[in-house]
Write a protein that binds this ligand. Structure first.
Ligand code: GDP
Ligand code: GDP
Length: 435
């Protein structure tokens, strides 16, 4: 999980300037106007190899009452959402009563916080900082000039010190999209693998050894790299030593785990059987993107085709987002068309949407269709960020999120899918309550 940093402080101390520097976006409003009301903003940021989320709490009135209300309404929930709080003060304005109040409030909350003395540019640093020592936060004090980017790297290095670096992503540049071909015995996996690799303009590279595991076959097609994970063992060398059946459930499960996109092959002539659905279900539960290949479509009567289509409508209605291809691996019909769907599924699975955009989609969805009341209280969904790729994880922050119904979760899932035009990939929604 990415750490969350909240920016807290009086209006005009430079919070949104900091927000902009951290996120390097121009989304936040920067203006010389005190008391300018604006909504909380959420942004993605990264320092060295650590990603984090910044919340800018905006600012309200300048009076002590205003500050009180501000602390009550805006900042408290931002503080609760945060892992770290940056308490920003203005070196030019000096230490004000309202700063003191915010400091007192922060002490009451049980969150690590740091004092950021901003606008230090053109000032004598030590002299400017001196009066802020009265806040009793000297060992956690940083002097910066947000608008000049001064002191910010040091600030982030220190503040993010306890958090781990981002986990290494699989080097997709090396492997290309990893495609697993899975299915029950005799559905036509070997035939499909041969067909995919035998296509014109496909360059197959040398394949590694002969183990009981799936064979990984790197190849290139139209200038793009792929790795085929062949569970059928077509291209296995030294077949002589192979004693057992070519189908293995464990091999299939491992291939699914290791793939980016899983092509589930079913046999149109046999109809859709439970084992097909189990395999499909496992792939999706593992978070894999899926393309469905209904094979042996050749030479079937119109009547049989209609029957199979009806059966598919019934049995696949729980995965309307998975693309279905009617193919003949034997003749090659429709096989080339698998590639665009594989790409689409991979792109959907690895989509990166920034917090700002995701929050916008969430807010639009909530506006169009409010979550129901729970015990007279409305569930509040505040913002969303991505918690991972392949599968895409959408983390939604709010309160009473444990009461969000299955239906509402599904509604949000459908909205994300539709707005982001996602195909083939399962998506995960996680809720985090912050009150
Ligand atoms: P917020 O209300 O706390 O979000 O404050 P803003 O980020 O909107 O900044 C208020 C004003 O302070 C703007 O005019 C900024 O340009 C200015 N400002 C922000 N950071 C600095 C800084 O490091 N040095 C100076 N001199 N001005 C700054
Ligand atoms: P695997 O066990 O899933 O690897 O299946 P195979 O590729 O070995 O195919 C099993 C049988 O189905 C073989 O006799 C294939 O020739 C046949 N087969 C595979 N694909 C097709 C197809 O598209 N149409 C027809 N009619 N037969 C196919």
């Amino acid at each position: 999980m990415k750490p969350v940093i909240a920016l807290i402080g009086r209006p005009n101390v430079g919070k949104s300037t900091l927000f902009n520097q951290f996120t390097r976006s121009r989304n936040a409003l920067v203006a010389d106007m005190p008391g300018l009301t604006r909504d909380r903003q959420y942004g993605d940021a990264k320092h060295e190899n650590k990603s984090f989320i910044v919340i800018d709490t905006g600012g309200l009135g300048e009076s002590d009452e205003g500050i009180d209300a501000y602390m009550a309404e805006q900042s408290r929930s931002a503080i609760q959402e945060a892992d770290i709080v940056l308490f920003v003060v203005d070196a030019r304005a000096g230490l004000l009563g309202s700063d003191q109040m915010i400091a007192d409030e922060l002490r009451r909350q049980n969150k690590p916080f740091f004092l950021v003395v901003n606008k230090i540019d053109g000032l004598h640093e030590e002299a400017a900082a001196a009066e802020f020592h009265r806040l009793g936060l000297s060992e956690r004090m940083f002097c910066v000039a947000a608008s000049h980017s001064r002191g910010l790297r040091q600030l982030l290095s220190d503040v993010l010190e306890p958090f781990p670096e981002d986990a290494e992503d699989a080097p997709v540049e090396e492997t290309g999209i990893k495609i697993a071909i899975v299915g029950r015995p005799n559905v036509g996996k070997s035939t499909l693998v041969n067909r995919l690799l035998g296509e014109e303009r496909v360059v197959v590279y040398d394949m590694p050894g002969t183990t009981r595991d799936s064979i990984y076959i790197p190849f290139e097609r139209q200038g793009r790299k792929y790795t085929l994970i062949d569970t059928a063992g077509v291209r296995r060398r030294g077949k002589v030593n192979e004693t057992v059946e070519k189908f293995s459930v464990i091999k299939t499960l491992q291939a699914i785990k290791d793939a980016h996109v899983v092509v589930v092959v079913v046999d149109a002539r046999e109809g859709i059987v439970d084992q097909d659905l189990h395999m499909l279900g496992f792939a999706l539960e593992s978070g894999r993107a899926v393309v469905l290949a209904v094979n042996k479509w050749d030479g079937m009567t119109e009547y049989d085709r209609t029957m199979v289509k009806q059966a598919m409508q019934l049995r696949f209605d729980f995965i309307p987002y998975v693309k279905i291809h009617l193919i003949s691996a034997l003749h090659g019909t429709g096989v080339g068309d698998l590639y665009p769907s594989i790409h689409r599924a991979f792109e959907s699975a690895t989509l990166k949407i920034n917090t700002h955009r995701l929050t916008q989609i969430l807010q639009d969805a909530v506006e169009a269709h409010q979550p129901p009341l729970v015990g007279g209280r409305r569930i509040k969904l505040r913002y969303a960020h991505m918690g991972g790729q392949n599968p895409p994880v959408f983390v939604i922050h709010g309160n009473q999120t444990e009461s969000v119904s299955k239906d509402y979760r599904r509604y949000l899932e459908n909205v994300f899918r539709k707005v982001l035009k996602m195909q083939g990939t399962p998506i995960r929604i996680e809720f985090r309550t912050s009150d």
